[in-house]
Design a protein around this ligand. Sequence first.
Ligand code: CO8
Length: 258
Amino acid sequence: MSFDMILTETRGAVGLITLNRPKAMNALCDQLYTELGVALHAFDDDPAIGCIVLTGSEKAFAAGADIKEIQAKTFQDVYAEEFITKKWEEVTKLRTPVIAAVAGYALGGGCELAMMCDFILAADTAKFGQPEITIGTIPGAGGTQRLTRFVGKSKAMEMVLTGRMIDAVEAERSGLVSRIVPAAELLEDALRTAEKIAAFSRPVVYMAKEATNRAYETTLAEGVRFERRLFHASFALEDQKEGMAAFAEKRKPNFKNR
Ligand code: CO8
């Protein structure tokens, strides 16, 4: 795969995608987003890949949609092309888990992109915000919805209404990110975490991701029922037999479906 605005590489069973538009703080222009969608699906379709890491630069994961590219668009333009949702949500359509490894700015669409991933690891330099209100618009790729689910109404509302950025400590405290890592160790930590996930049984990883995501889309009773069905289904897998046998025999499991 060869792209202009992202870098892709494979590290064992992990697909690494690096947003690479340094002159514009990784602002998410149409070309970058199109390339990202292609790369994400290519890794998702590759049976050798068990987890994906999405990262940016030291300065910026992504500073949002490309303001200069979108500033002249009319209502007709954005409505007719279903601007953003059509291309920007590809990351939510994958079976393979995606870890966002965020250093520096994750603003506007950049924060929304990170929130579309399965979880966020933050460098101690990370800054998250939804500053759209300061440029005369509102979040358009889930910012008012996902941020509210992560951090609760009060903090999300304050961030959306004022454009205030939060640092990594505040982001971890409020549940937006899973962990904070020293900036110099972010990528290695994210890759190590991804390798761990990729070493588990692939169908079980898919089930775990699907069941956890269900918590955002349905009632508790329906979610628990959905989880139970997948839990039961996991007993049809040879990897479940292997995993539990390995525990009983005090050895490491050798999962076949990877
Ligand atoms: N779009 C276009 N260019 C950008 C963007 C952006 N979002 N952010 C930074 N740049 C460019 C700057 O224009 C500058 O370019 P140049 O050197 O040619 O002047 C270069 O990147 C470096 O930026 P700064 O000089 O401003 O660097 P600073 O370190 O002083 O500041 C900031 C960094 C704080 C990140 C600052 O650049 C900033 O505030 N950027 C804009 C942040 C913003 O408002 N983001 C929201 C955009 S709107 C949006 O995301 C709507 C989302 C809709 C859905 C998207 C779906 C994913």
